[in-house]
Structures are given as C-alpha cells and as structure tokens.
Design a protein around this ligand. Structure first.
Ligand code: GUN
Length: 293
C-alpha cells in the first residue's frame, strides 16, 4: 500500500497552522524561518521555493537571502552572523550544496545550534546520536514521522539503509537503531564499498534507499511484505514534461510495489515530509522547546 507523504504533510501543516494561530492570538510573534540560497541550481531553487510556500501555509514569516555563485565564504559567514544575532529570526538554513570554493562544514558550524533547524550542526548531530532533545535533520525526521503515523512496526525489524550521507543515511540509521518508537530496529548501512548489497537487501524488513541512483532497488532485492522508503529524487530527462524532466526515486516502483506491504512514491512520499519537518523544527525553535531562550 502507498504511504502518502503529500497527504500526511498537508495534515501536519494544518496542525502547525492551528498552533501558530493560537500563538498569534495570544500575542506572540509568528515563527520566522530564513533561508540562504547560493547560485541557481535547479533542485535547490525548487526546494527553497517549496520551503517558502510551506512557511506561508503554516503562518510563518519567511526571509529568502540570495547570493550569486561567486559569493565569498567570508560574505556568507557575515550573513550567518547577522541571522544568528537577529532576534526576530527563530531558525535558518543554508541550502546545500554550496559552490566548491566554500567549505560547507565551516558554514554549518557557524550557525548558532539553537537556530540550526536543519539539524546539521555537530551539536545537534551529537545530541541526536545519544538520544537527547535536538533539532533532527528534516529528511530522517520526515521518514520517522511517516513510520509513526502509518503505525509501521520497526521494533526488532531488520532495516537496511542504502547510502551513508550526513544528511540522510547516517542520521536515519542512527534514529532507526535508537531505543525508541519508531526505532529499535537492527540496522545495516550499505554504501559504495559494500560488496553484497543485493543479498543484504533480500533479508530486509525495511529498506530506506538514499543513494541517488534511479531504479537501483529492483524487484529481485525485495523480501515479500517488506516496507520500502524511497528517498531518491534524481532528475531524469522527460520530453513529455513542460520542465523537460521528471523525478525518479531509487526504487523501481512499478515492479517493487506489488511485492511490498508499504511503499513511498516519488514524488509525493518523503519529499513533502522533509519540508514539513523543517516547519516543525522552526515552530520548536520559536517556542524555545528544545533550547531555552
Ligand atoms: N540539500 C538537500 N537537502 C537539504 C536539506 O535538508 N537542507 C539543506 N539546507 N540543504 C539540503
């Protein structure tokens, strides 16, 4: 059956909007999310546009700061300092990837961890890994929310994570193994140096595919009844579309779907949940729920 991320995200946005309406009625300020976007990468432009739109739907204030590809690291660090000091801004993100002449790690570490609603700062990553309250990065948090809202059992399940990125693979593996619900799974992380990925997948009760390799997860890798979470969003050429491309996941959906118990589509699965998790973190930041003011 289909895990409908779009519909779940719409529900959660409505819940957030109701909370914001109550906050504003009580005289509190609207939550405010700022985003820094560097250059004109098509994917990043789309993601940031979706984030700004989601802010409107949730009743948040949003600010978009744009820089050209030739911005210096020093200029970006200054922009981050200003956002760190701006009392109206509850949280902000720097959309990745950044141009090669800028150190992503230096940028991430310059963000005040109390405003790091992407959950990329080492303080938030470290707190997540030992199970302390923190900003969870948005894609892993969105996946966990889907598993929770669809009541998908994870305790004792064999979970295979494909990919070990800092943004998805590593944190989702950490959350799936955590002593929590959802969580408590037995997790295997596969990556480019794993020789027997296919055999490992065939043992999996849950596969979380975050490789960026369209159609990698084929029907012959699926244990009947498995749960499949597809994080891939690769743009592939499609002449029938106005844009000239469509998004393809890491899973060969048409052939895998009949074999599994639950599966997320692309688009409309994990993607909308990523955005809504960022909104949730912004609300938590505005309420100082995780870190005191
Ligand atoms: N690039 C891809 N995913 C993300 C994300 O969740 N946050 C940011 N800032 N950049 C990204």
């Amino acid at each position: 059956m289909l895990i409908d991320g779009k519909n779940t995200a719409a529900q959660i946005k409505a819940e957030i909007a109701a909370e914001v309406a109550t906050m504003v009625a009580n005289g509190q300020k609207r939550p405010h999310l700022a985003a820094i976007l560097v250059g004109h990468d098509g994917g990043s432009e789309t993601y940031v546009a979706h984030k700004v739109k989601a802010c409107e739907e949730c009743g948040f204030t949003s600010t978009l700061l744009r820089y050209e590809d030739d911005v210096t690291e020093a200029e970006l660090l200054q922009a981050i300092d200003r956002l760190n000091a701006d009392n109206d801004v509850d949280g902000f993100i720097v959309q990745l990837p950044l141009p090669r002449h800028i150190s992503e790690q230096r940028i991430i570490e310059a963000i005040d961890y109390r405003k790091d609603v992407d959950g990329f700062h080492p303080i938030n990553v470290g707190r997540m890994s030992i199970g302390l309250p923190c900003f969870l990065s948005a894609t892993p948090a969105g996946i966990m929310t889907l598993l929770e809202r669809y009541d998908i059992p994870t305790r004792g399940a064999r979970c295979v994570v494909l990919g070990r990125s800092n943004i998805v693979g590593k944190p989702v593996a950490t959350l799936m193994m955590q002593k929590a619900t959802p969580g408590n799974a037995t997790v295997t992380v596969c990556h480019s140096a794993t020789p027997d990925i296919k055999d490992i997948c065939r043992e999996a009760d849950i596969i979380i595919a975050a490789l960026g390799s369209p159609g990698f997860v084929t029907a012959d890798l699926i244990k009947p009844g498995a749960v499949i979470i597809d994080v891939g969003t690769t743009r592939v050429p499609d002449a029938t579309r106005k844009s000239g491309f469509r998004l393809r996941g890491d899973v060969d959906f048409d052939n895998v779907e009949p074999l599994c118990s639950w599966i997320t589509p692309v688009p409309g699965g994990v993607g909308p949940m990523t955005i809504v998790s960022l909104m949730k973190n912004t609300l938590l930041a505005a309420r100082h729920d995780i870190y005191p003011a």
